[in-house]
Design a protein around this ligand. Structure first.
Ligand code: HEC
Length: 143
């Protein structure tokens, strides 16, 4: 006797499968939200970090760089720039060292003429980002 695959069976698989994956999605969403406070480094958001974030947006750094993987692929990933450049001083020295219009003939970063306070804020922002628990992403120091 051949077994028929009835409409009722198809409907049950559809509803059962949908319910299962909706519940799984909700559980994973809930779990993600619960994990954020321990992972997103929110305790280290200071006024200077926020000011750095504003400068980051106003100067469209993301137009060339990625930050934790999001952004443009023109320039290096900056989620771990704090470690790569040896801390705040390294970041500030790099940004200050850029020539006025970048280096002619090759991909390079322009000079933004930031004040000392602005440089501090940007370095604080990048330090904060480097403290986010990304489960060791990016996988290498080059980003
Ligand atoms: C026009 C594209 C462009 C913009 C906009 C830009 N950058 Fe860059 N940036 C680069 C390039 C290209 C490099 C690679 C080094 C070089 O040759 O200048 C770089 C390198 C860096 C580095 C050093 C990274 C490393 O690992 O050596 C830091 C830090 C940095 N940028 C920060 C910033 C910040 C902060 C902003 C926003 C205020 C910004 N950049 C905006 C193009 C850009």
């Amino acid at each position: 006797m051949s077994q028929a695959f009835t409409k009722a069976m198809a409907r049950n698989i559809f509803y059962g499968g949908s319910a299962f994956f909706i519940l799984l999605f909700l559980a994973l969403t809930f779990q993600t939200h619960k994990a954020w406070p321990e992972r997103d480094n929110r305790q280290n958001i200071t006024a200077s970090v926020s000011a750095g974030k504003v400068l980051w947006e106003e100067n469209n750094c993301i137009g060339c760089h990625t930050l934790l993987g999001e952004g443009a692929y023109f320039a290096p990933e900056l989620g771990n720039a704090f470690q790569r450049l040896g801390g705040k001083d390294g970041i500030k020295a790099f940004i200050m060292s850029r020539p006025k219009d970048g280096i002619p003939g090759r991909r390079s970063m322009p000079q933004f003429n930031f004040t000392e306070a602005e440089l501090d804020a940007i370095a604080d922002f990048l330090e904060y980002v480097s403290g986010i628990d990304t489960a060791n992403w990016p996988p290498n120091i080059q980003g």
